[in-house]
Design a protein around this ligand. Sequence first.
Ligand code: NAD
Length: 443
Amino acid sequence: MVSHARTRISVIGTGYLGATHAACMAELGFEVVGLDLDRAKVESLSAGRVPFYEPGLEEVLARNLQAGRLRFTTDYDEAAAFADVHFICVGTPQRDDSGAADLSYVKSSVEALAPRLDRPAVVIGKSTVPVGTAAVLAARIRELAPAGDAVELGWSPEFLREGFGVEDTLRPNRIVIGTDSPRVEAAMREVSAPQIEAGIPFMVTDLQTAELVKISANAFLATKISFINAMAEVSEAAGADVMQLAKALSYDDRIGGKFLGPGLGFGGGCLPKDIRAFMARADELGVEPALSFLREVDAINQRRRARTVDIARALIGGGFAGRTVGVLGAAFKPNSDDIRDSPALDVASTIASLGARVTVYDPEALERAEREHTELNYARSMLEAVRDAEVVLLLTEWSEFRDADPDELGKVVAERKIVDGRNVLDPAHWRARGWTYRALGRP
Ligand code: NAD
């Protein structure tokens, strides 16, 4: 491995993005300190425990802690004194009072870091922010830093997918850095040297374009999912099969098959809040009509959740009051324990609010779900979750659920009725085993 011992890195905010980024930068040979205000998170990471589920990350973390290239702290003095390049990876959730992004964490991380920067340094934002944020922060940093103009800011949006975080950080599709400063560009080239050497595209843009790349990528992906889910709505009304439709569309390489899976739609800590923040920003910029289609994208997505509840209600024969329902899945997608804006939990909660006893199982997200959704019951296995269920809903496409045996489940349920919210089961197979099978967008 190439040695990059000279460049020292700090990563501010060690959640899904920051913990992965810190560990992977150490894996690439840099000396790294990760900083978070959450003491429990810092203690856990320092002890080699990843406080969330991310395949492969624990090994990378352990290896680099042991090699002495990686450590974690809650102390801004330590991070400022140690590093030459500081990555901002704090959260930018949706605000409580509007669809806009809550920039308070990004602002407070900059307010804490900048006054401690008394020698030349480069700050690189990675959090997803509304276009125009970076320019404001750059000015604020120059104002606060004792080293003044010698502290410069660039923006390098992050494209990692939860569940593939390590791979996506070590070998991203592309690296984008927004800056007009040769020094920021040089620092970014230095910390991206292993990837640049491996031939990964490296693009330098202005700040605004870099901010927009991230948010427009997410808007595109959300649109593609909602497009096929709109086709599912039409298919339901017309008696067509959206799975066959999607397959036929996917053979067209102008369209492609990725993100074209009809089902319960998107959720998580990124797509929903990012498209809402994007619309809010377009409004501020006076170009609201340019993104008004995203309102439809969001609405189509929300309607899939309601439709799933309706299908289950019809299947169970009217009302949910006093009924027993088994739910497979709590995470917003498989290979993650992230339950932020999870479609599965949204549907489960709605059904519980209508009077059913809902029992949920998920391979990784139970602990988080239990903490936040006390209205639901939880089981430690798939079979336990569906025991005595009058209807089963598959809401997150974990491979454990894809591979479920209809006979095994059939033995413990009260009724062989299933709603496949992710279109991952073979309807013919399940029907042949005596199940009433319903899915979104299919007859
Ligand atoms: P997260 O909530 O998991 O992590 C954010 C962390 O920042 C938390 O640990 C929090 O304690 C810490 N923090 C908050 N304020 C701080 C401060 N002032 N100083 C130090 N630490 C502070 O969020 P995340 O999923 O890691 O997302 C972070 C950013 O990355 C967001 O802007 C998100 O949109 C973006 N992003 C996330 C992903 C993803 O897959 N999760 C992918 C691409 C981009």
